[in-house]
Ligand binder design. Sequence first.
Ligand code: UT7
Length: 315
Amino acid sequence: MNAVPIGFGVALPKKCVKNSDLPKDLETSDEWIISRTGICQRYIAENETTASLASEAAHNALKYANISKDEVDLIVVGTVTGDYTFPSSAAVVQKNLGISRGVAFDVNAACSGFIFALDVANSYIKLGKAKCAIVIGAETFSRIVDWSDRSSCVLFGDGAGAMVLQAQEDTDRGIKSCKIYSDGNYADCLFTSGGVSTTQNAGFVKMRGREVFKFAVEKFHELLNDLLHENHMNVNDIDLLVPHQANSRIIQKFIELSGIEEKKVLINIDKYANTSAASIPLAINDVGARFFSGGNVVLLSMGAGFTWGSALIKL
Ligand code: UT7
């Protein structure tokens, strides 16, 4: 049984904030942000929430897939910025979509959230425990950044993206491999300064940027080498590579190390900034039909935990 992507959809907050719109007292500049990160703008939630964005993205993905909500038996949301401590954002999405069957839950893997959620859904489908799954990455990081800390607040944006996976037999299409990893020894490189059981609030994003940067480049390179080796492929067999969008310089360094043709690697951080778990599905939406035009698509992520993961999808 293969898990085959049959639809995708996204949702963005209405408000777009360009670098030049950021508060003047942040003492940052369009020039610094673009040259150090590649970011030009980000979307910031006002009335929207993580679950409302996730629900809209899921609705759009179901529409794209031409699938009835009644066929969905699994919803997995990758997020660290849920609407509530409980219920899960996935449960809110289930309610918003009018679904009352199957199971819905969140996974917490920060920027790797989409690939972790994809791995769960792929495993459910392969084991015959689900036939139709919606995998969602959704975040409102603007709610947990410290808007007085220029070294982190300029980096993030809000949004959501969803993918519908369907169980299909007798096909070589679908998810060929999905690998996820973590090493909690790096927890203090990227974390929030609070939480329910410590400070009784969500805290703010704290990051040792240079260490995260270095780790991301190394892990992207290692993930790709392992994926190619395990699937008996070389870098030229890849048609499209969608990495998590944290910094265009991380992606450029990875391109240099891996030797992959630059035109095959998607970079869209200029439009959305780092949307954490939403970045990969937002990027998939940007390539649109190209994603479904056949060939080998590779997804790579790295995030707080540290967590990291890869997926190879044949379309
Ligand atoms: O999704 C996973 C999570 N995040 C990441 O993967 C991010 C990984 N890290 C990075 O992308 C980069 O490390 C940053 C973009 C966060 C920082 O870039 P950097 O080249 O490592 O800069 P830095 O932190 O070493 O700071 C260089 C200078 C400092 O000034 P001094 O000490 O040299 O005078 C900072 O104070 O840049 C200053 N700076 C800023 N200046 C203007 C830091 N943030 C800003 C800012 N505007 N927003």
